[in-house]
Design a binder for this molecule. Structure first.
Ligand code: PAF
Length: 285
């Protein structure tokens, strides 16, 4: 196994990617903001299986955070991240400073304007997906990715990435990797680190609530209102939980629907104390 290469400049990263392409290798990109956990490792493994070269990016992208969000306190632990990437056999990590990605005079942003960024997290976090689309486009270009790997926990993000990749004719295949959960059911997230043990316990209500909807669906329920009510009923049992949204849309078009007659995303965002967590299931696949 070769050693993990660390690149901090666009130029170095581009040179490495160009050399790999020249050698006829395929490149898999796993974009991350670091604070890596087992969920990220499932992306690395999927990329390893599908591509010759795996490049991870570790970049807390300032452009996708709102003014009152957690950009400053977002966990940064690059050395520990590198150890995990090396142990997983990742070939290279791209870890630029914000000024490297957005130098003075920077002025180009990608916005997806077909409505899919106006719902769910897009509605609650104005500008978030503009920041995601911009950085992911840049990362795909810089690393010359053939395939890019994203977790289903951010299912709206995957829909947005798939949309701009298709609209801009980017030569990248977008791969969605299933949600990675702890044995308790809690979806793995870098933001789980913000929670106390009591809050982590309370956070189990998210996966429990989605399980209730899944069971209702398995029992024949197809009405969106009833499926959302099944989730809300369980969430209401947890005093530490404050619901941001419980919503159901067709997936990946994210259109409003009354019933599940095609694949639909049942997505939730819930505050546990100060920590905003998201989780989802896809029904009707
Ligand atoms: O999902 C994330 O961690 C981020 O939104 C991403 C895709 C790395 C872009 O900054």
């Amino acid at each position: 196994m070769s050693e993990l290469k660390v690149f901090t400049t666009v130029k170095e990263m581009q040179a490495y990617a160009a050399a790999q392409k020249q050698a006829g290798k395929t490149i898999g990109l796993c974009p991350t903001m670091g604070a890596l956990h087992e969920g990220h490792m499932t992306l690395m493994r999927a990329a390893r299986q599908a591509c010759d070269i795996v490049i991870a990016s570790v970049f807390v992208n300032p452009v996708q955070f709102g003014p009152n969000e957690d950009y400053d306190k977002y966990p940064r632990q690059f050395e520990a991240d590198c150890a995990k990437l090396a142990a997983e056999g990742v070939d290279a990590v791209f870890h630029p400073e914000p000024a490297e990605m957005y130098p003075d005079g920077y002025g180009t942003y990608i916005t997806v304007e077909n409505g899919i960024t106006d719902v769910l997290c897009g509605a609650r976090r104005p500008g978030h997906f503009r920041g995601v689309a911009t950085v992911v486009t840049k990362l795909m270009n810089i690393t010359r990715a053939d395939k890019a790997f994203f977790g289903q926990k951010d299912a709206q993000q995957v829909a947005v990435v798939r949309r701009f990749v298709a609209d801009l004719n980017l030569p990248v295949e977008v791969v969605m990797v299933p949600i990675c959960r702890e044995a308790s059911g809690l979806a793995r997230s870098s933001r789980n680190a913000y929670m106390s043990e009591a809050e982590k316990q309370a956070a189990l209500v998210l996966s429990r609530s989605l399980r209730a909807a899944k069971e209702a669906y398995a029992g024949g329920e197809r009405q969106a209102a009833a499926l959302k009510a099944a989730v809300q009923q369980v969430l209401a049992t947890e005093p530490l939980a404050r619901v941001d949204y419980v919503d159901l849309y067709t997936y990946p078009a994210l259109q409003v629907t009354d019933s599940v007659s095609e694949p639909c995303l049942l997505a939730i965002a819930v505050y546990i104390g100060q920590t905003r967590l998201i989780d989802n299931i896809i029904l009707g696949e």
